[in-house]
Every structure is written in C-alpha cells, then in structure tokens.
Design a protein around this ligand. Structure first.
Ligand code: UDP
Ligand code: MG
Length: 320
C-alpha cells in the first residue's frame, strides 16, 4: 500500500535566526513517522534571509517547498496560502519558532488515526505573559462566548492537524478578513484538544505587540458577531425612552408650574450625551461597513512573488 502524505505548513516572517534549528527538530520527528511528507514554508514577505535559507534547504531536500509573498500579508494569509498549496491527506500547521513542538505531531497522528478530523493544541498555563495581557485575554474569550455562536477555546493555538476534508472546508470559506481561530471552530468536525505547556520561542522575537493583539481581538469580534450592532440599537432605544420620559416631565411641569427659563446646563448635558452616543453607534456601524468594503473588493488574500515547488519548479498560479 502506498504511504499517505503529510503536509507541514509553516508561516514564517523574519525567522532566519530559528529556521535551521526548527528544520532540524522537525525533520527528526518526520523521519520517525509512517508517512511521506512535504514541508511548505510560506515566507510572509520577510526582510531578512528567511527565503534564502528555505531555498537552500529546497536544493538539499526536495520535500521542501517555498511560497514567497510579494509583501507581508500576515500570518492568517500565510496559513491560507499554505493550505492552498498543500497536497497532503493530512495537513499540520505550525509556527516556525519551536513554540509548537514537533514531537506533538506524533500524538496528533495517533488521534487522527483514531478517527478525529482535527487535532489542536491548547495551552494549560500562560507562563511568561504579563498580567495585563492575561486579564484582556480572559475578557476577550468571555465576551466572545457571550456574543458569538462560534465556540472559541481559550488557550487554543494555531498548531493544528487536519484531515483533507477539513482543509477543503476551511479553504471553501473565501472571506478576506480571516480570523482563523473562529474559522477553524466554525467548520466544525470532530476535534481533539491536546494540552501542552507554554514554551518560549527558541530565537528571534515575537511579532505581537499589545496593540496588535487588541486589533486582532476586535477583528475577531467583527468577523464572527453582529451583536455590537444590536447593542447600538438597544442603547438607542433606551435613550429614546429615557428622553421621552424627560420630555413628558418637562411638559407637565411647564403646564402646571409655568416655564422656568434656567435650563442651560441640563440641555447642554443632554445634547453632548446624545451626540456622544450617536458617534459611538456610527463608529460601530462604520467598522462593519469597512469590513463589507474589503469583502466586496474580493482582493486576493495573498500575492505570490516566488514559488518553488517540492521536487520541481512550478509557476505558482494558484487561485486564492
Ligand atoms: N508570522 C507570519 N507573518 C506575520 C507574523 C508572524 O507568518 O506577519 C509567523 C511567524 O514567523 C511565526 C508565527 O507566525 O512562525 C507566529 O508568530 P510569533 O511567534 O511572532 O507569534 P507568537 O508566537 O508570539 O504568538
Ligand atoms: Mg511564537
């Protein structure tokens, strides 16, 4: 019987410091398993020697392929591109900084063979993270749980193994704004979570700052929930009811007690308050309009500058 193919998808952005070690560790594990394999490195517009290192590896090991982007499109695009180019019966997506330990692949395969469609890792601790990040992360997952139908698991990582049918399902979601934590959960299937410890990256630096994490959280909410729009409506209704009550009170008072002219502070407060609320509501609305704007343009999610296939050179014309 012919051996099955495992595709390893690795998005990389400025990872020259860690790639050699990563490849060494990965290869050790892949040589142990009962699968043919290919490693797809997606160079996400790196400015350092990342692409050169991978090209050199390709000349030595024909199971390696390289998809080089024309600029930095972000990790989500990298994952999408890697899945698009993957040919494996099963595909595993992992980071290149050894925070996702290659040995886990062996366990993942075990669960896939047991009948699971997807195997995902989940952190059990949040070692090495500061308190503020922890608090906001908890808050984010709590909010997401309340306002979306898509269940997000706290601590779940982008270290996943999937069967081909799951990969195809994920690729069938064509949206431009890709919040992959949500997308993976949205497609469903039989998922197994493996608990892992938090590991520091082997070398180089994380590309996440606090502000980029905050932006990511907002993207997630916008991509998977319209509850903020409903909240805006509710706030509008509540304020209308409140101001109507106030209006009645003023009219009744004027009828029975006569008008009292001094009312400047209360009028100013009301105008400013309502004005503020209106701006917030318009702001929320605009966030969604902006998303629609990007979706409607239907731009490609990534642009390939260079593609070196595993085995031979290809033209890289893959639709995305
Ligand atoms: N990455 C990428 N494009 C980016 C940022 C990151 O492909 O714009 C890759 C990066 O090379 C790494 C993975 O995504 O393989 C995770 O990035 P990082 O280690 O910076 O994130 P963290 O582990 O801190 O969440
Ligand atoms: Mg990392």
């Amino acid at each position: 019987m012919e051996k099955k193919l495992l595709s390893v998808v690795v998005p990389c952005y400025n990872e020259e410091k860690v790639l050699d070690l990563f490849y060494y560790e990965l290869e050790k594990v892949l040589d142990k398993i009962e699968y043919e394999y290919e490693i797809i490195f997606v160079d996400d517009g790196s400015k350092d020697g990342t692409a050169e290192i991978i090209k050199k590896k390709n000349t030595l090991d024909k199971r390696i392929s390289l998809v080089s982007f024309s600029r930095n499109f972000g990790k989500e695009a990298g994952i999408y591109a890697g899945l698009t180019y993957s040919k494996g019966d099963i595909v595993v997506v992992m980071d290149s900084d050894l925070q996702h330990q290659p040995e886990v692949i062996v366990d993942m395969i075990k669960y896939i063979e047991e009948g699971y469609d997807t195997v995902t890792t989940k952190r059990v601790d949040r070692k090495g993270e500061n308190v503020i990040k922890k608090v906001f992360s908890n808050l984010f997952y709590r909010i997401m749980q309340k306002i979306t139908d898509t269940e997000l698991v706290q601590g779940a990582q982008d270290f996943r193994m999937m069967k081909r049918n799951v990969v195809d399902a994920i690729l069938s979601l064509k949206e431009y704004n890709r919040f992959s934590k949500g997308i993976f959960s949205w497609v469903g299937f039989k998922v197994k979570y493996i608990e892992v410890k938090t590991i520091e990256r082997a070398a180089g630096e994380t590309k996440w700052s606090f502000s980029s994490l905050l932006k990511y959280a907002i993207e997630g909410i916008l991509a998977f929930s319209t509850v903020p729009l409903r909240i805006s409506t509710m706030v509008g209704i509540l304020i209308s009811i409140f101001s109507f009550g106030l209006l009645v009170q003023i009219i009744v008072k004027a009828l029975f007690l006569g008008t009292d002219v001094p009312g400047y502070p209360s009028i100013m407060t009301a105008i400013l308050f309502i004005g503020g609320i209106q701006l917030i509501v318009i702001g929320i609305l605009s966030e969604y309009v902006a998303k629609i704007y990007y979706e409607i343009k239907a731009r490609p999610k990534f642009i390939v500058r260079d593609y070196i296939a595993s085995g031979q050179n290809g033209d890289g014309n893959i639709e995305n």
